[in-house]
Design a protein around this ligand. Sequence first.
Ligand code: PMP
Length: 389
Amino acid sequence: AEEVVAVDNAHRAPSGVMEVPSRLLMGPGPANAHPRVLAAQALPLLGHMHPPFFKIMDDISEGLRYAFQTNSKYTCMISGTGHAGMEAAIANLVEPGDKVVIGNSGIWGERVAILAQRYHADVVEIKVTPGETFSYEALKQALEEHKPAVLFLVQGESSTGTHQSLAGLGELCKKTGTLLLVDAVCTMAGVPIFADLWGIDCIYSGSQKCLSGPPGASPFFMSERAMEKLKNRKTPPATYNLDLNLIGDYWGWFGKRSYHHTGPVSTFYAMREALALVAEEGLEALWTRHQEMQKRLWAGLSSLGLKPFVEKEEDRLITVNTIKVPEGVDWAALTKHAMDTYSLEIAGGLGPTVGKVWRVGVMGFNAKPQNVDLVVAAFKDGLQRQGKL
Ligand code: PMP
């Protein structure tokens, strides 16, 4: 018989205990996870269909109801990062041929427009200059003109650092029979969002920003109206992996529990702990802490002569701040120096802001004075090294 021999490439495979450098992640995310969240992740595994694990999933659903400010039955974690939540929202709530108005204020709206086209939506993209947001009037006009099945907006556009106001839009959307879908990946638990009060129909978020968790799970919410749309679809969603009828069945939305996929057990432990931290601190306290740390950041940056990229104060996002790169400053050298010297991440721009801004996150566990002050000190040092201070 032929001898069975493993291919000898073990020397390229990892061995030994893994080590990673310790870094302060003050870019647009991931932010550093809370130690309690990391500890929860290391707890022993349960089976994904074991009753104690269902209890954890129920706790997560309740924690999400609080964090999203909703009484809807339909909250869950989508297994995957923010993009999985994004795709679940579009794939389930858009039917082929549906007209969808997408607010493009940076790369996230742009990406959702591409995604919606892949699900055969009739996409109408509305745009603003990067650094600006949509006015209530502009959105009202778009709704009245197109009467779309769906209006999609990004609450916190992390590529430009803008905060889209959502208040009052739910009411407008109801008048035109439109579902309101919102990306709250970098805003949830950092700035207010009121799913029920604002009449939002679907929100997806991310675990790795203001929730102080590791990436890998997407907090998700759907209204009763959104569920009706899903139930009345002419064809099932083109994705099996992200079909909310099936995922909902795993989360107990319809009174039973069926296996759809293996829930990422440790990641859900982390989310249970992250949501407990949100409830313990309280949303108002969280919002205030984020706001205060953002003020502290800008007080420091302004003292160095740095300016916000977003012109109007009311459009500025608290959780991801965009800072104009002054004439003649090498932005990449500054971020490299911050990393090399302080093990501190300050990010450059993304999409329309590449080369124009730095991005600094004030999110979750990281939103505290010593971190903000270190960011300011790193900017001071970096500018001085380039002879710009
Ligand atoms: N939307 C926004 C506003 C984001 O900031 C991000 C992450 N940078 C995403 C969506 C995508 O999330 P993820 O990278 O977790 O898939």
